[in-house]
Design a protein around this ligand. Structure first.
Ligand SMILES: CC(=O)N[C@@H]([C@@H](O)[C@H](O)[C@H](O)CO)[C@@H](O)CC(=O)C(=O)O
Length: 320
């Protein structure tokens, strides 16, 4: 049985994997990264080796080392460190799950296998169950990201009766825009106390309205503080402020999406905002261009998301 832990809630940063210019993992900055998230962004939970962390582009040995470094550096600083252990090979996934338990991670998450795909809910749940069984003491999360896995089985279906098969099941990370599906995950699982984590940062407020108990995302690395304002306004039922904050964040995401936005660009933005070098992504991803970074920087400044004292007060469209 999974040990009783505080329910995962609030913001969870989907961490980047810092790399050196020659493509090796730069473990040396992870301690600094933890401090930055906690002190500068007010984010105390991390989701490691997921999409943003290029988990599927790392070797198993690298994934183990990255997980270990986050757990070590996060001790007594972070609330929860959840490790994504999904892989195409069940054996590798189980190995990573066992390892996460050994190092003292707070939970594991798994995506649907995406080369040979499960063709229905039962097959998917069987796969997830085999992974969860390798680390039965760890809270288990299903990571639903159909646009990337191509596995379109609705999350609502996956959740139906899942605790009978996976006793350690604790929640869902929902990285999709189908609010009917997400709403039904919430509506049909009131009794279960699952953590239902929304994964589309630009639509977080809709997720909260629908009943999300927290959120996992890439932008919380550098817009955590701003996004916490949405959570706080929502909590005090100040929906008009919450919407304003969401619109501000949307203005930024909408801008970068038009330029072409993904993990490489997130690395560039995080480097710019935090000052911690995230390095390039690993192939097949391509490093963000200088032009992208310059445009993103200008936009961050114009929205007052980047504290440049000399720009303050000048821009009427600022989102302070
Ligand atoms: C497809 C994708 O990368 N989605 C991101 C979002 O945070 C996304 O970057 C954000 O909503 C901007 O579109 C997360 O859901 C991914 C994530 O949590 C992860 O890295 O595991």
């Amino acid at each position: 049985m999974a040990t009783l832990k505080k329910k995962l809630q609030g913001l969870v940063a989907a961490t980047l994997t810092p790399m050196t210019e020659n493509g090796e993992i730069n473990f040396s900055v992870i301690g600094q990264y933890v401090d930055y998230l906690v002190k500068e962004q007010g984010v105390k939970n991390v989701f490691v080796n997921g999409t943003t962390g290029e988990g599927l582009s790392l070797s198993i040995s690298e994934r183990r080392q990255v997980a270990e470094e986050w757990v070590t550096q996060g001790r007594n600083k972070l609330d929860q460190v959840v490790i994504h252990v999904g892989a195409l090979s069940l054996k590798e996934s189980q190995e990573l799950a066992r390892h996460a338990a050994e190092i003292g991670a707070d939970g594991i998450a798994v995506i649907a296998p995406f080369f040979f795909k499960p063709w229905n809910k039962d097959v998917l749940v069987n796969f997830l169950r085999e992974v969860a069984a390798a680390a039965p003491s760890l809270p288990f999360y299903y990571y639903h990201i159909p646009a990337l896995t191509g596995v379109k089985i609705r999350a609502e279906e996956v959740l139906d009766g899942i605790q009978d098969k996976i006793p350690s099941f604790q929640g869902l990370k929902f990285s999709d825009t189908d609010l009917l599906d997400f709403g039904q995950c919430v509506d049909q699982n009131h009794q279960q106390q699952f953590a239902l984590l929304f994964g589309v940062d630009e639509q977080l407020l809709s997720g909260l309205v629908m009943g999300a108990t927290g959120a996992v995302g890439s932008t919380y690395n550098y817009l955590g503080k701003k996004t916490n304002q949405i959570l706080e306004a929502f909590e005090r039922k100040d929906f008009s402020s919450a919407l304003n904050y969401q619109f501000c964040i949307q203005r930024f995401i909408n801008f970068v999406v038009k330029l072409g936005f993904g993990v490489a660009q997130t690395k560039a933005i995080m480097t710019l905002v935090s000052g911690i070098p995230m390095g390039p992504p690993r192939l097949p991803l391509q490093k963000a261009t200088r032009e992208f970074t310059d445009h993103a920087a200008a936009k961050l400044k114009s929205l007052d998301f980047l504290s440049t004292a000399d720009l303050k007060g000048r821009n009427l469209g600022a989102c302070i």
